[in-house]
Write a protein that binds this ligand. Structure first.
Ligand code: MG
Length: 385
């Protein structure tokens, strides 16, 4: 038995608000979609995954789905969910005889649910993981607020995904969908096609992220997962340049040579933040051949780095910088430097550490020919509003 998985990520996520579709929102360093893909990639029975994306996202598919063990194909979705699933089925290799269909917006699916669905599918033909309804269920006449019936709760189950199908049952179900029958899931189409659909226990945590509140609740689960990055910068010191560190001008005969102002504190910190957020490096964002960044102030670049990292769902929790400089003495300036950094980073001064070292007269930094800085930044999910 070879298991193929179709992950439906074709939605625009309009109900969750925001410019980024909900399946591409970051949850603690991985997007909703990447977490869904990873859950199936980690399951030993899964042999192949097809991700159904909006057509305009296909060129970035590899990055969107993340690194995987099993082969992942990306295909363009259709107008309706069932059209997207149909495109997914068409892209599955012939040997995939059991097919799981999963909503990308359910990133918390665990191996227990996947196990139960796979185990039951070969025998049942069509399987839905489901959880019991906790609330009393009322039927209300369409377009009114009048209860017409109270449905016995033990007869009501809330359907989740992944839904499991033998391939022939799923092909029949999506063919019915293609013929014009509308449904919000594939199990409904299988039912309409005359197949029995079985349920297996789902999982209360396997929620579908639908609204902005769902997204916020999902983010909260990862709010405690920090990430760390390091940065390093060095500039040669030459006569006729100002020595600026985090906006403070230091008394010095020499200053850093560079396309920008050569502020090693801000440059090392920006790189540390980019590293923590997995957002590339400073050269990639602010090329030293781009005239826009000629003589640009370090604090300005740092503010831009904060915005770039925030755009990826991260905010800085604390930073630690070591500046290596032979002269002048940095200590009298450290309070001002920390204050400037805290203001730009949007954190308290206590969360900003700046330390000063000399290089004991050794090598270029020790001879006063260069200035260097090392930085570490810790970021946590949840950009500030
Ligand atoms: Mg630099």
């Amino acid at each position: 038995m070879s298991v193929g998985v179709i992950i439906v990520a074709g939605g625009r996520g309009a109900r969750a608000g925001g410019a980024v579709p909900k399946q591409l929102v970051d949850l603690g360093g991985r997007t909703v979609l990447q977490r869904s893909v990873a859950a199936f990639d980690a399951h030993p029975d899964v042999a192949t995954i097809v991700v159904v994306l909006p057509a305009d996202r296909l060129p970035e598919a590899a990055g969107l789905t993340g690194r995987t063990r099993v082969p992942v194909r990306a295909v363009a979705g259709g107008a309706r969910r069932q059209d997207s699933v149909r495109a997914g089925v068409d892209a599955l290799p012939a040997e995939a005889t059991v097919v799981l269909v999963h909503d990308a917006a359910r990133p918390f699916v665990d191996s227990g649910v996947i196990d139960r669905v796979i185990a039951a599918t070969a025998g049942a033909g069509a399987v839905v993981p489901a959880v019991a309804a906790r609330d009393t269920i009322k039927r209300v006449a369409g377009g009114t607020n009048v209860v017409t019936e109270t449905i016995p709760r033990d007869e009501v189950w809330l359907a989740q995904t992944p839904q499991g199908f033998t391939r022939d049952v799923l092909v029949e179900a999506v063919a019915l969908g293609a013929s014009g029958v509308e449904a919000t899931d594939e199990a409904t189409l299988a039912e309409r096609a005359g197949h029995a659909v079985a349920i297996v226990p789902g999982d209360e945590r396997n929620v579908k992220i639908t609204t902005a509140d769902d997204l916020e609740a999902a983010r909260m689960q990862y709010a405690g997962t920090p990430r760390i990055g390091t940065g390093y910068d060095l500039h040669r010191l030459v006569a006729g340049r100002r020595l600026v560190l985090a906006g403070e001008v230091l008394p010095s005969e020499t200053g850093p040579l560079g396309h920008s102002d050569g502020d090693v504190v801000c440059h090392a910190l920006a790189d540390a933040m980019f590293g923590a957020a997995g957002a590339g490096d400073i050269g990639q964002h602010f090329s030293n051949t781009d005239p826009r960044w000629k003589d640009v102030a370090g604090l300005d670049l740092l503010a831009r780095a904060v915005a770039i990292v925030a755009g990826r769902g991260w905010r800085v929790a604390n930073v630690d910088v070591t500046v290596i400089l032979e002269r002048p003495k940095l200590v009298p300036h450290l309070a001002a430097i920390r204050g400037n950094l805290a203001a730009v980073l949007g954190i308290e001064v206590e969360q900003v550490s700046v330390k000063a070292k000399t290089n004991e007269g050794v090598d270029a930094v020790g001879r006063g020919e260069a200035i260097a800085a090392h930085a570490v930044a810790l970021v946590v999910s949840g950009a500030r509003a």
